[in-house]
Design a protein around this ligand. Structure first.
Ligand SMILES: Cc1cc2nc3c(=O)[nH]c(=O)nc-3n(C[C@H](O)[C@H](O)[C@H](O)COP(=O)(O)OP(=O)(O)OC[C@H]3O[C@@H](n4cnc5c(N)ncnc54)[C@H](O)[C@@H]3O)c2cc1C
Length: 571
């Protein structure tokens, strides 16, 4: 049951149309034709991935992937997180630079699509035909996550137009994008504004490349009295603020899928290498610790994938009465990306020196993935969001109709009109116990449920004092990591059922998570602000999985080691 992406045995994801499948297959073919050696040469020469830009522009991929219905040249146009997931995963699989060029393009386009300016939407859609790369200019050098302090401004002119002045920092595709959406303020007011500029305009300066990243271009850009009329203004005031947050909401989902693609490729490379490496007369894959490392890596990637597919379903059904995606989306961004880093840590212990070699995908993957959890709000900023949902999720579930895997061609119009970002903490969820109860016969799920019960007890015992304690962000993070585990496990169970994952595999996945849960509990236990009562309930969260050596060996041989050589990138 290998759910992992294998470009050489492409699994048709039941797309409702040929175009979706064509995009994935053509993209894979392009990467494989380019080959690993060419790719690595470009990577080590720090060449911007212009060939990727040309290809996706010629093929109109971003037009199909990014636009909601009513825009672009296809009368059947629709926006689907499902195919965005797959494209993002494929790009990550072949290199973070391709993924980043894709990701910041969708980030760059979405403030236009969310905005109030219909003409600008059609213009930006048309521009994709000439140049598919867009850019999102939010961050400033001095202000990081503190968007309130934005200094870029529009200066009103006597004729009713504006001049834009300011610097933006860490702007992906800032060297070439023809749609660059810029977040700023109207001078002399506190009014926010989103407007659009073009990197080719003489009043736009790409000052420099600010990271030593290999094929991607992360720029400092400067606007020198860039003329702006109403035609370039996308949204103003609270709407501009909400559009900024909602753009990030739509796009940060890509971070989890991109990370899944990256570690999947790293996994194949590590396995192919270790299996063929003979030390002391036996394969490296026969060492006991290597078996554990490989099995845990594969189970973690399976978890990343299962979670991502299920979170996709919740993105696709989002509407005014169903905002469950507001939890699953930041988990996709943060937890899945960080699980990827964990997988690399395990694989690096196996691949060892080989993982440093310049001809391997691995050496770049490890370096590039660490950036993922820092994009679109750091781990801390995302956790600050997630934590607000604890009371609603843990203690007052709502009623929702069950949803299945959603692969159809529905246009996810709601994502483009998410509206005000208020009322977040009142978001309702269905009862997470439904998922856990459905597989409570699995020994490790049972243990996990006991851990969740102990966590609930901890929250109850903590009472209102917890709000005070969580003003200590360090404490908040520790409480939040455990909460995230509950939601993460729930969606994995739901997804495993849909995908037909066996009980044995699911039980072994929870072997990993029981250990993770315990590790987070130990972390929380160490925090100085705990009360005696809290310490007692935290101790109850520390548990061990139920060992099943035969099951472990079976999965290792039948599921993990059977993947040797199923994927090798073209040379
Ligand atoms: C490779 C790369 C590409 C990027 N591409 C783009 C792009 O295309 N467009 C764009 O606009 N931006 C881009 N960014 C910027 C990115 O979004 C910022 O990194 C992000 O906004 C955070 O800013 P910072 O990294 O300077 O951290 P800072 O904001 O300086 O944060 C410092 C520390 O404070 C913590 N912190 C911040 N706020 C809070 C809070 N409210 N509560 C608790 N802790 C907090 C952070 O977690 C962090 O540990 C990119 C960044 C990178 C690394």
């Amino acid at each position: 049951m290998n759910l992992l992406l294998n470009p050489k045995q492409y699994r048709d994801r039941n797309y409702p149309d040929e175009r979706s499948k064509e995009i994935m297959l053509k993209m894979i073919e392009w990467f494989e034709n380019k080959g690993l050696a060419n790719h690595k040469e470009q990577y080590h020469k720090h060449e911007f991935c212009e060939d990727f830009q040309q290809f996706v522009t010629e093929e109109g991929f971003f037009e199909t992937l990014f636009l909601p219905s009513g825009y672009g040249s296809d009368p059947d146009q629709y926006y689907s997180t499902y195919r965005m997931y797959e494209f993002s995963e494929i790009c990550g699989f072949y290199g973070a630079a391709y993924w980043y060029a894709f990701h910041v393009s969708t980030l760059g386009l979405d403030p236009v699509l969310l905005g109030d300016n219909e003409e600008a939407k059609h213009l930006a859609a048309a521009k994709l035909k000439e140049n598919a790369l867009c850019a999102f200019a939010l961050s400033e050098k001095e202000h990081g996550a503190d968007i309130y302090s934005t200094e870029t401004k529009l200066y009103p002119q006597e004729d009713g137009s504006y001049l834009a002045r300011g610097n933006k920092y860490y702007i992906g595709n800032g060297n070439v994008a023809s749609t660059v959406t810029v977040f700023g303020k109207i001078d002399g007011t506190d009014e926010y504004v989103f407007f659009v500029v073009d990197a080719a305009h003489p009043k736009y300066e790409c000052v420099k490349r600010i990271t030593d990243s290999n094929q991607q271009y992360v720029a400092e850009i400067k606007l020198h009295d860039y003329p702006i009329s109403e035609a370039e203004i996308l949204s103003r005031g609270p709407k501009a603020w909400d559009d900024m947050l909602n753009t990030i909401n739509i796009c940060k989902f890509n971070i989890g899928s991109g990370a899944t693609g990256i570690v999947t490729h790293s996994f194949y490379e590590s396995l192919n290498h270790a299996y063929k490496r003979i030390l002391y007369g036996k394969r490296v894959t026969e060492f006991a610790q290597i078996k554990r490392l490989f099995c845990d890596s594969w189970l973690r990637i399976m978890g990343m994938k299962l979670f991502g597919l299920r979170a996709t379903d919740y993105m696709r059904v989002a509407n005014d009465n169903d905002k469950r995606y507001l939890l699953f989306n930041p988990v996709m961004k943060m937890k899945v990306a960080m699980q990827g880093e964990k997988v690399h840590e395990l694989l690096f212990d196996i691949i060892a020196a080989k993982g440093f070699e310049k001809d391997m995908y691995f050496e770049q993957a490890v370096k590039e993935l660490v950036g993922f959890s820092k994009l679109e709000g750091t781990r801390h900023v995302n956790m600050a969001l997630i934590i607000k949902l604890i009371p609603s999720y843990m203690f007052s579930p709502g009623e929702f109709q069950e949803i299945g895997r959603i692969t159809d061609n529905r246009n996810e119009e709601y994502l483009f009109r998410q509206g005000r970002t208020r009322g977040y903490a009142r978001t309702k969820f269905h009862d997470f116990n439904l998922a856990y109860n459905s597989v409570s016969h699995l020994p490790n799920v049972q243990v996990y449920m006991e851990q969740i019960k102990a966590y609930q007890e901890f929250l109850k015992i903590s009472g209102e004092g917890l709000d005070q304690q969580m003003k200590d962000f360090d404490y908040l993070l520790a409480v939040g990591e455990i909460f995230t585990m509950v939601a993460y496990g729930q969606l994995i169970i739901e997804s495993a059922k849909i995908e037909g994952v066996s009980d044995e595999i699911l039980n072994q996945i929870f072997d990993v998570y029981v250990r993770d849960f315990s590790a987070y509990a130990v972390e929380l236990y160490g925090k100085p602000v705990n009360t005696e009562a809290q310490l007692g309930s935290i101790m109850k969260m520390i548990k061990r999985p139920v060992p099943d050596q035969a099951q472990f060996e079976k999965i290792l041989q039948e599921e993990v080691y059977s993947l040797v050589d199923v994927y090798i990138q073209n040379p």
